[in-house]
Ligand binder design. Structure first.
Ligand code: GLN
Ligand code: ZN
Length: 761
């Protein structure tokens, strides 16, 4: 029995890859230097995996930017507009596809399943011609073999997932289905497999995570056909078809019957259902099962005894069982041992990529040689788990008592929506089409410098706060001059909308090196929600109050909602997420009530991630939406009827969660809409959404400033779906990434547009 992983973090211990790639973009690093840094990082990873006890290392999972883009190159499906650039200079052309150039737009980027990783979406059409290019895969396999890796297994995105994640190219009919290209793509995979075999691959892994989503009978049949065809090839390595992030469900019998030599399955979280399903199909006799029992997406140590029990059951269900992480370790930071500032007692509960690889190796050893061979590891693991359970950090009596006492009534406002609106109108006295923003104003170089100065000890807390106060004065004065109706304080004090609150709540840990790739060279350092959550003191009240003291117009309080506080963190796995969400919601509820007591008549609780963490399988969605919306209501329902609760969402299509949005019981919602030309307004209207809404009219992702006429036209379009007494005028999202000159002009134009359209009412 072997231990393996499906992939490893690419960035290097000090984000060397980011520095090299960005240096190359800026012309400071040559292509050769970039290539050699990358090769060094790959060697480092393979050595690290071998040291951890991994017997079979993955290859080809490394990427300069994104593995889906690498797959697009591998199958030769380059968009027409980039072909010449790639032919002239493959590396520069590769980055042009990722980032765009003056002449050619980049590929669209979207989220990789329900992770925070983003991939570049393949663009295909009826005229797409595929062509095999195994160069990157064979080269990286060669490197691993040259290093003396005992066994190396190329990992490729599988043909079915590749097509299911693609979209029609620009100019192609929007109802074109990329999966119809399967027959054309399979010969290319056949060629790639032959090339890899010639390069020394004994096994090749084909990743098919798209098969853990709900699939139509036609799609399942296509998958069965694909793996029958690939399985029947004469000249090929052994095939391992991998799935992860959820259970295979109805795709399991399809793959179990396919003439491939192995399957990799996830046995963690909702994918644990794979265990019974595997027994139900009679197991995988004569096949290799790569069992993902070590969760590749969280940061916690494995329960080794429980995993041993799972593995023991699996031994009876397959010809051969190997131990693995549930998915690529791309989604976790590199090394928990680098976190020297985390309390050593707590650090023992953490397992990042390096530790997870070691856990898989330990389990494989236990499986091969018997538990006696890993008794020391089991004992240490048992002690660490026990210390986690017994810790006051994970079990705060006061927090638990309060959470247990929450009733359904605590999640309901005193009056229903239709009776609150009149009271809010009287209190606020706003015109029709009221204008507002989503919260943040430009995070200027001065603000970032002030934060860096504070961290480095060059300025003290008082000096830092003076700089924040100065920014608030500027933001408020500008909004008054521009004529906005509901003002904000600008969020200048916030480094990040989750981190800012996480740093002030108990139960959250911060890491120093816990970087995880979000896309390309962008990495994030999610906080770790490790314990019970409490709010020792107010978090945002004083800056909101300060802003309010400067103006007679209403200033919105600004908070991040419970679902987003979880979605952009690593969340504890020792209790249901719903319970963790409830604790965060209670802390936020106190903040909401204190904002109100401090004079706020409008409070916005952002939930941009509500759609993002929607479970992959439709059957799991009602349960998720029930606890998620209850947590939002728990956070916001403690206020008076005449206090107006706003929420905000972005980064998603909202069509399929409008019912859930209503369950939030917010009074006003602002949504991203400018790029889709207010389509969301029609969707809201189509669902009879009965509340106030502000579909964004200003696309804040672009430096382009929309003119007053364009903005007025969007508002008029909004009015065709939402009546004038319920429509708000606002941008798509916060303005923190924009510059002041654009923001000033765009917001002045937005106010002018609202005034023009008001006169037409
Ligand atoms: N209030 C936040 C801001 O304006 C919302 C950000 C977001 O939705 N991503 O920055
Ligand atoms: Zn947003």
């Amino acid at each position: 029995m072997r231990a393996t992983v499906h992939g490893y973090p690419r960035q290097g211990p000090n984000r060397e890859l980011k520095k090299a790639v960005e240096g190359y973009w800026e012309g400071r690093v040559t292509a050769e230097a970039l290539h050699s840094t990358a090769a060094e990082l790959r060697r480092g990873n393979w050595r690290q995996l071998a040291d951890a006890g991994i017997d079979e290392v993955p290859t080809g999972d490394f990427s300069y930017y994104d593995h889906m883009l690498d797959t697009t190159v591998m199958v030769g499906a380059l968009p027409e507009r980039h072909r010449a650039a790639v032919a002239a200079d493959p590396l520069a052309g590769y980055f042009a596809m990722a980032r765009g150039t003056q002449e050619a737009a980049p590929l669209e980027m979207t989220k990789w399943f329900d992770t925070n990783y983003h991939y570049l979406v393949p663009e295909l059409g009826p005229d797409t011609v595929f062509r095999a290019d195994a160069g990157k895969q064979t080269a990286e396999l060669g490197e691993a073999l040259a290093l003396g890796a005992a066994a190396a297994r190329p990992v490729l995105v599988g043909p079915v997932t590749y097509l299911l994640l693609a979209k029609p190219a620009p100019g192609v009919a929007p109802d074109f289905e990329p999966l119809t290209l399967l027959e054309r793509l399979l010969p290319v995979y056949a060629e790639l497999l032959a090339d890899l075999r010639a390069a020394g691959a004994r096994w090749v892994q084909l990743d098919e995570p798209a098969l853990v989503q709900d699939r139509t009978p036609g799609e399942l049949a296509a998958a069965g056909e694909a793996y029958r065809a690939l399985g029947e090839l004469a000249d090929r390595p052994r095939l391992l078809v991998a799935s992860y992030f959820d259970r295979l469900g109805e795709a399991l019998p399809v793959l179990a019957k396919a003439p491939v030599e192995g399957l990799a399955l996830d046995f963690t979280g909702p994918a644990a259902a794979n265990l019974d399903a595997l027994a139900a199909v009679g197991g995988l006799p004569g096949k290799r099962l790569v069992a993902g029992v070590v969760d590749g997406r969280n940061v916690w140590i494995n329960d080794l005894e429980r995993s041993m029990a799972t593995l023991a059951t699996l031994l009876g269900l397959a010809g051969r069982v190997d131990v693995a992480t549930s998915c690529s370790l791309l989604h976790v930071p590199l090394d928990a041992r680098a976190e020297r500032r985390i309390d050593p007692q707590v650090a023992r509960w953490l397992a990042f990529a390096r530790q997870k690889a070691a856990e898989a190796a330990t389990l494989a050893r236990g499986l091969t040689k018997g538990t006696g061979a890993i008794s020391a590891e089991l004992a240490a693991n048992r002690a660490d788990l026990a210390s986690r359970t017994a810790s006051p950090l994970t079990h705060d009596k006061a927090v638990r008592a309060r959470s247990a006492a929450v009733t359904e009534a605590d999640t309901r406002r005193a009056l229903p929506y239709h009776r609150r609106t009149a009271a809010q109108r009287t209190r606020l006295g706003l015109p029709p089409l009221p204008t507002t923003t989503i919260g943040s104003f430009p995070q200027t170089a001065e603000l970032r410098r002030a934060r860096a100065d504070l961290r480095a000890g060059r300025i003290d807390e008082t000096a830092y706060e003076q700089r924040i106060a100065a920014q608030i004065r500027e933001v408020v004065a500008f909004q008054e001059r521009a004529g906005l109706d509901v003002l904000v304080h600008g969020e200048g004090e916030r480094n990040d909308m989750v981190q800012y609150f996480a740093e002030q709540l108990t139960g959250y840990l911060a890491t120093r090196h816990g970087w995880v790739q979000s896309y390309g060279t962008r990495y994030v350092r999610p906080p770790i929600l490790a314990g019970d959550v409490a709010r020792p003191r107010p978090m945002s009240v004083r800056w909101t109050q300060y802003a309010q003291s400067l103006t007679s117009r209403p200033v919105k309080g600004m908070l991040t909602g419970p679902v987003t506080m979880l979605a952009w963190s690593f969340v504890r796995d020792d209790q249901p997420v719903a319970e963790t969400a409830r604790q965060v919601a209670l802390a936020l509820r106190d903040e909401v009530c204190e904002l109100e007591a401090g004079g706020a008549a409008v409070i916005q609780v952002d939930e941009p991630a509500l759609r993002e963490t929607l479970p992959l399988r439709a059957a799991d969605r009602p349960g998720y939406l029930a606890w998620a919306t209850a947590a939002f209501r728990l956070a916001t329902s403690g206020v008076r009827p005449d206090t107006q609760i706003h929420t905000h969402m972005c980064y998603a299509e909202f069509g399929d969660i409008i019912g859930a949005i209503e369950q939030l019981d917010a009074d006003v919602i602002s949504l991203e809409a400018a790029r889709s030309h207010m389509q969301v307004a029609d969707e809201l209207a189509g669902h009879g959404y009965p509340r106030e809404a502000g579909p964004g009219v200003y696309d804040i992702h672009s430096p382009r400033v929309p003119g007053p006429e364009e903005l007025a036209a969007l508002l008029r379009k909004g009015l065709t779906a939402i009546p004038a007494d319920r429509l708000w005028a606002n941008p798509d999202c916060g303005l923190k990434t924009r510059g002041w000159p654009e923001v000033r002009e765009a917001l002045r134009n937005m106010v002018a547009a609202a005034r023009t359209v008001r006169r037409e009412l």
